[in-house]
Design a protein around this ligand. Structure first.
Ligand code: ZN
Length: 169
């Protein structure tokens, strides 16, 4: 299947580079485009939802399966593998909003507003998305370090969330 046929099934698609697009993810309530689409030189298509949807779910939502990500002709395996499948600029763009959300929540805490479970849950989602972004950008040593830190913080936050949920019944 061609990338054009796939793009035609998505909403809010805009080109972000020579073979890269961002569009609304069909698999979740996507207010801002968070689905990255990239066509590789050999005709394969990479999908990544920065909100964390599985590729199978994204395809399922538009009535496609994994075959849609492969070209009809045979793949040329002699081409070098892509080390960073997604342009860093796309990742940063998609995640900037998550950083903003975290900053707004932090400001509210400083101003003395209570951190209710819904808001806390949103923070955990932001941390998850940041993690997904670190993964999608490709990891060097610094990336690995940031990822470990985020995982630690995510685990802590998730535990706090569960404790809160238990307290609130
Ligand atoms: Zn999604």
């Amino acid at each position: 299947m061609s990338v054009d046929a796939l793009l035609a099934r998505l909403d809010g698609v805009r080109r972000t580079g020579p073979d890269c697009w961002l569009g609304r993810c069909p698999s979740h309530e996507d207010g801002r485009p968070s689905l990255s689409i990239r066509e590789l030189g050999d005709g394969r298509v990479l999908l990544h939802c920065f909100a964390g949807c599985a590729v199978a779910d994204v395809l399922d939502a538009i009535g496609l399966d994994f075959d849609a990500l492969y070209p009809s002709r045979a793949i040329d395996h002699h081409r070098p593998r892509e080390r960073r499948p997604f342009p860093v600029a796309d990742v940063v763009r998609a995640l900037a909003g998550e950083g903003l959300i975290a900053a707004i929540i932090a400001r509210q805490c400083v101003d003395g507003y209570p951190l209710d479970p819904d808001v806390h849950h949103r923070l955990v989602i932001a941390a998850d998305r940041l993690l997904a972004g670190v993964d999608a950008a490709g990891l060097d040593r610094e990336g690995e370090r940031i990822r470990r830190e985020l995982v630690k913080k995510c685990r802590g936050a998730a535990m706090d969330c569960n404790a809160e949920a238990a307290t609130h019944g």
